[in-house]
Design a binder for this molecule. Structure first.
Ligand code: NAD
Ligand code: SER
Length: 316
């Protein structure tokens, strides 16, 4: 039986990952933790929870020891736009949390999942069908931490045999927790705005294409990758995964199929636009498909139907 620790559990991913893990492995076997404590709702009440500052290695080590943790999901990070506004914070949290998790994983022989991102690519990377193995020269502090994190995680695997695995998530679209300060946040906010106000002011140009993934597929990616037989993995840190690629104009037209009066207007945020322009238009995720059976269920059409149905209920 696995004993799992989720660090940074209160964010966009953790809010849905923790209940999914508790359903599979049993509530008592999944510890939810965050800097923000106490944890609210299902995160705090549905199983064990505690306060962990991921930049403090003792917080992590004590919890791993106490609950006999064998698998850590490290979700603590500062997302791209917020990190770019405060680069030292982005570096200190992104790298500090990862290095502490790697060291604790080494001492207690735990497996470690830490998401990377499309932010690990940069303007010199081929933008269309971005290959698994390619140029990675990001121009954001977020991207620098993601590339360094991929390298460091592979180093701990090769040097110490630590079972590190990760995926390069694209923008994640979800309807439980709001996104935490990324460049792709608009693709969540647009659904809330469409339902609440019938209109949306977009911070990115109409033709800005980026990869996206619906949260149920993102959760499956994390859990399935951590479950797969390690002998199947040629790559580890980190796998390209994607569910769809679209621009603001394309997603707005998809929403209009369900909310015909929906209107989009544009007020470009130069910081976010610059970041988005440096990221790929569409990833090639065939290596994840080959090595561990990655196969997302949702595309733009099916995700939009689900998002609108769920948010109409939630925002009633
Ligand atoms: P989020 O910003 O929504 O949540 C991060 C959580 O970490 C928050 O609950 C925050 O309180 C917590 N945290 C911050 N500093 C901490 C610290 N010192 N100790 C403990 N907890 C701390 O982030 P998310 O969207 O859930 O992303 C999780 C991971 O996935 C990150 O590594 C992120 O880069 C990556 N990722 C996310 C997306 C996305 O679209 N959401 C896409 C690509 C990659
Ligand atoms: N959604 C994330 C961001 O925009 C991608 O890593 O920062």
């Amino acid at each position: 039986m696995k004993n799992i620790l989720v660090i940074g559990a209160c964010g966009q991913i953790g809010t849905e990952l923790v209940p999914a893990l508790r359903k599979i492995y049993g509530s008592d076997h999944v510890v939810a933790s965050d800097l923000n404590f106490p944890l609210k709702g299902e995160l705090g009440e549905g199983g064990p929870s505690c306060k962990i500052d991921a930049t403090n290695i003792n917080d992590i080590a004590e919890t791993v020891k106490k609950y006999k943790i064998d698998t850590i999901y490290n979700l603590a990070a500062i997302l791209s736009a917020t990190a770019e506004a405060n680069p030292m914070l982005g570096w200190n949290i992104g790298m500090g949390a990862l290095l502490n998790c790697l060291e604790v994983a080494r001492e207690y022989k735990a497996a470690l999942f830490t998401p990377s991102s499309i932010g690990a690519f940069g303007p010199e990377t081929p933008a269309d069908k971005t290959p698994q193995d390619t140029i990675q020269r990001p121009k954001t502090i977020y991207g620098v931490t993601k590339v360094a994190g991929e390298l460091l995680s592979d180093y701990y695997y090769k040097r110490f045999g630590i079972d590190t695995r990760s995926v390069r998530y694209p923008g994640l679209i979800s309807n439980v927790a709001l996104p935490g300060g990324g460049t792709t946040d608009y693709a969540v906010e647009i659904y809330y705005a469409a339902i609440k106000e019938g209109k949306f002011t977009c911070p990115l140009r109409a033709d800005t294409c980026m990869d996206m993934l619906y949260m149920p597929d993102a959760i499956d990616a994390a859990i399935n990758l951590m479950e797969v037989d390690p002998t199947k993995l040629i790559h580890r840190n980190s796998f390209n995964v994607t569910g769809m690629s679209f621009s603001p104009e394309i997603i707005a037209n998809e929403i209009k199929k369900h909310i015909p009066n929906f209107e989009i207007q544009y007020n470009i945020d130069p910081l976010k636009q610059g970041i988005a322009d440096s990221w790929p238009n569409s990833l090639d995720d065939s290596v994840a498909r080959q090595e561990w059976g990655w196969n997302p269920k949702y595309n733009l059409e099916t995700m939009t139907i689900d998002m609108i149905n769920v948010l109409k209920e939630k925002l009633k």
